[in-house]
Design a protein around this ligand. Structure first.
Ligand code: GLU
Length: 325
């Protein structure tokens, strides 16, 4: 008898720091299609960790926009579910538990380096021009008793993960084989910020595992975070999901979406009279799933969706964007 493969569980995890725009909506649509086509469970998680940048009003508007586009989820902030809460701001206990586990294993340590300390390293030659230099490890070698005293003091400190040496390699469903040496390119990275905010890298790993996520589909701007997340997951003894990093949406000039590309917020397009099916058709064509821009409902894309169809068709970006003009 053929073995039944376990159902897939995917998620869309927006940060409510700005309105849902075409780029985010496209990632959400693709993540939803992957799960719905496979008959799996889809989770919406609000990544509102940073109180200074997140807004509950924006979170609510993102949910409304996603629903308007015809997407739905089996678990999420507005519908609940067995793995809640679904807003990261309410999940602190999970992150603290993970930090304690890493602390017991001596895999994290307090760091008191200021931006200024690190900026002086930035003058030393390193990798690609845009990448910050790897953390030089200044604070790594304090004795444990000193570390404990520091954490009790009112000195400003963050917590860094002691990155294991060696390469991390994984197979991305879209980006292929990825190999990264985190120790050499990033160095020990922050898991708890000096302003007491849990770092994204830790929260995402803890939550994906706690919510049983088997498949992460997200924008390829996060491709370079994945090796870090795999290392953290391994240190915490958590299952590692499969990854698919989808290309970001670029403007007609090939640059990342920005104000000059006009109104790209879903709410603004809706206000201008666009219908959900028209936007969905545009998003599907821009992702290369369809050869032409034509209205289609999200649910009508489900049956034929395949990850390998992303970027199958190439719609001319100028023609694509002229639809929105
Ligand atoms: N919250 C992140 C963002 O909006 C996405 C995190 C993820 O998908 O892993 O960019």
């Amino acid at each position: 008898m053929a073995e039944l493969s376990p159902p897939i569980v995917g998620r869309y995890a927006p940060s409510p720091t700005g309105q849902l725009h075409l780029g985010n909506a496209r990632t959400a649509l693709l993540a939803w299609l992957q799960v719905r086509q496979a008959g799996g469970r889809f989770i919406l998680r609000m990544e509102d960790l940073d109180p200074a940048r997140s807004s509950p009003t924006v979170a609510k508007a993102i949910i409304e926009d996603l629903r308007w586009l015809g997407l739905d989820w089996d678990e999420g902030p507005d519908v609940g579910g067995p793995h809640g809460p679904y807003c990261q701001s309410e999940r602190r206990a999970f992150y603290t538990e993970a930090l304690e586990k890493l602390w017991q294993q001596e895999l994290i340590y307090p760091c008191t380096c200021s931006r200024k300390d690190l900026a002086s390293v930035a003058h030393a030659p390193h990798g690609a021009a845009d990448d910050p230099p790897p953390y030089p490890g200044h604070c790594r070698h304090r004795r444990r008793s000193e570390q404990e005293a520091l954490c009790q003091s009112d000195h400003r400190w963050s917590l860094r993960f002691h990155v294991p040496a060696g390469i991390v390699a994984w197979q991305d469903a879209l980006a292929g084989t990825i190999i990264q040496d985190v120790a050499r390119t990033v160095g020990d990275f922050i898991v708890y910020r000096a302003d007491h905010v849990i770092a994204y890298q830790l929260a995402v790993v803890v939550d994906d595992a706690a919510m049983g996520i088997t498949d992460v589909l997200r924008g390829d701007d996060l491709l370079s975070s994945t090796a870090r997340q795999i290392q953290l997951g391994q240190a915490l003894g958590l299952p590692i999901p499969r990854y698919a990093h989808v290309p970001l949406l670029y403007g007609p000039d090939g640059a990342r979406l920005a104000k000059r590309h006009g109104a790209t917020a879903i709410a603004a397009l809706r206000d201008r009279g666009w219908r959900a099916a028209e936007i969905t058709g545009w998003l599907a064509a821009s992702a290369g799933l369809l050869p032409d821009v034509a209205p289609i409902n999200a649910r009508d894309l489900v049956a034929t969706f395949a990850l390998s169809d992303i970027a199958k068709h190439r719609v001319d970006p100028v023609a694509l964007w002229s639809f929105l003009a």
